[in-house]
Design a protein around this ligand. Structure first.
Ligand code: 5AD
Ligand code: SF4
Length: 472
């Protein structure tokens, strides 16, 4: 089993060795410390991509590069792309287009493009033909190859466009973690669900779970390194362990992580409703270290649309899970993903989605206008919805949810809450931002030395998108 799922250790070592050779080359030319060449990583898309980029950063560091804050200063640019919607692909193409000018000024610049977009053959071919300054592309199963691909470009041995035959787990890659107290921990990769709109199963391969002992070792390392929040990541964490045949489930795994010593908390995402077990809901309710927030993508409130989306649950089944969560935890924060304008969506179907919003009263929703993806069944369905219709529905959805958000945020006003201080507020540099059980960030005045630790706040006011508080 292990041989099938995991990239052999000696194969990983070959590529890490290539990284060390690159670093030695820089060292021999005195290019170390502040004189080391810079690396810049541009990341699009989901948390899984952010976690992958932390491994890319780990590899770049092992290659002897140092992090720089703008692509103009870089000698190595790695782009981690997303393919979930057309907009994400267009944005990546436009940014990669701009790197052409940087490369004209610096012919030594190496540009590599990875991620979900270039895991599609037509996109990798496009880079090969039309982006001569892109030295290599690497699919989602080829992160460990990056040092060897960089070395090949340095040695002028040609460009590479890697599309793997199969996707395996690469253990043992170095990482550079994000700052602050929150850390990503990938527990599985890939997806088996083939929702009819979604490109993910085609670009991330089948589900494969990491071994519990590898996950626990990483969790221990994170906690020892000062992490205060660990988010367990996977495309559908609710099916964690199914491919391992060792009886481990997401619920039992969370329990084991919670049993580790330390003052930290756990989040997990994403959960597929069809696999949301009572056992998992119970763990969220009873484990004090699990944040009282559940992200449960519903996609649509219409059972007929859900059927055509191949989601394998009905609106009623979904509501029953929500009822069970609310019964166990009346104050739980709930969030979801919604797609508007799926092929064939009628006004009645859309009304059912609005009804779902009113029923659940989500703290926040992530909503998207349906975007056809080449190769997925939904892209070939009849009755694609005109952009004006989707756009108008999208606006109605947002305006209803704005009201619900404010109502939900208001329940916190006057309460004492514990938040993890994540950093300086992006909208107001004089404030800090913290996160707790509520889905929205809390802004408050405080010293930057608090970043990366827990703080006790009293919530003083709220809007639809954020809350304000003061330190107690
Ligand atoms: N169009 C629009 N939204 C999509 N999502 C996935 N595929 C598509 C698509 N083709 C949304 C789903 C998913 C979230 C990550 O992105 O809501 O849960
Ligand atoms: Fe895409 Fe569905 Fe898999 Fe989520 S569960 S990644 S929406 S196919």
């Amino acid at each position: 089993m292990e041989n099938i799922k995991f990239i052999p250790r000696d194969e990983i070592e070959t590529h890490l060795e290539a990284a060390r050779r690159i670093a030695e080359g820089f060292e021999s030319r005195g290019m170390v410390g502040d004189s080391a060449p810079g690396y810049y990583i541009q990341t699009f898309g989901c948390q899984q991509n952010e976690a992958d980029s932390e491994r890319l950063a780990g590899l770049a560091k092992l290659m002897g590069y140092r992090a720089v804050s703008s692509p103009d200063e870089a000698s190595l640019i790695l782009v981690n792309t997303c393919a979930i919607r057309e907009h994400a692909e267009k944005k990546a193409l436009s940014i990669i287009g701009e790197y052409k000018h940087i490369r004209e000024k610096n012919p030594e610049l190496i540009v590599g493009v990875g991620g979900c977009m270039v895991t599609q053959r037509h996109r990798a071919d496009k880079f090969k033909m039309s982006y001569p300054y892109v030295g290599f592309t690497f699919d989602t199963g080829a992160i460990h190859l990056v040092p060897s691909l960089v070395l090949k470009v340095m040695q002028k041995k040609g460009r590479s466009f890697v599309i793997s035959d199969e996707y395996k787990i690469a253990e043992g890659l170095p990482t550079v973690r994000r700052e602050g107290g929150a850390a990503w921990l990938s527990i599985m990769y890939g997806c088996n669900n083939f929702c009819s709109y979604c490109i993910v199963p085609y670009v991330r391969g089948r589900e494969r779970s990491r071994l519990p002992e590898d996950i626990l070792a990483e969790a221990r390392e994170l906690i020892a390194g000062g992490a205060k929040e660990i988010t367990l990541l996977g495309q559908n964490v609710n099916s964690y362990g199914r491919d391992l045949d060792c009886g481990e489930t997401i619920a039992s795994l969370i329990k084991k992580i919670c049993a580790l010593e330390g003052d930290f908390r756990i989040r997990f995402m994403t959960s597929h409703p069809k696999d949301a077990s009572e056992e998992l809901l119970e763990v969220v309710a009873t484990e004090p270290k699990v944040v009282k927030h559940f992200h449960l993508p519903v996609q649509s409130g219409s059972s007929e649309v859900l059927r055509r989306m191949n989601r394998r649950y009905t609106a009623e089944h979904y509501k029953a899970i929500i009822d069970s969560l609310k019964e166990k935890m009346p104050d739980i924060s709930l969030t979801t993903d919604i797609i508007v304008g799926f092929p064939g969506e009628t006004e009645e179907d859309f009304e059912a989605t609005l009804e779902m919003l009113r029923y659940v009263k989500y703290d926040m929703i992530f909503s998207f206008i349906y975007s056809p993806r080449i190769g997925t069944p939904a892209a070939a369905m009849e009755d694609q919805i005109p952009a004006e219709v989707s756009g108008a529905r999208f606006k109605r959805l947002l305006s209803l949810q704005d009201e619900i958000c404010e109502e939900r945020n208001r329940r916190f006003v006057g309460r004492r809450v514990k938040v993890l201080v994540e950093g300086v507020s992006k909208s107001d540099g004089g404030m800090l931002t913290g996160r707790g059980d509520m889905a929205r960030p809390v802004h408050f005045k405080g010293d930057e030395s608090l970043i990366g630790s827990f703080a006790e706040l009293e919530i003083t006011s709220c809007g639809s998108y954020s809350l304000e508080g003061k330190l107690i």
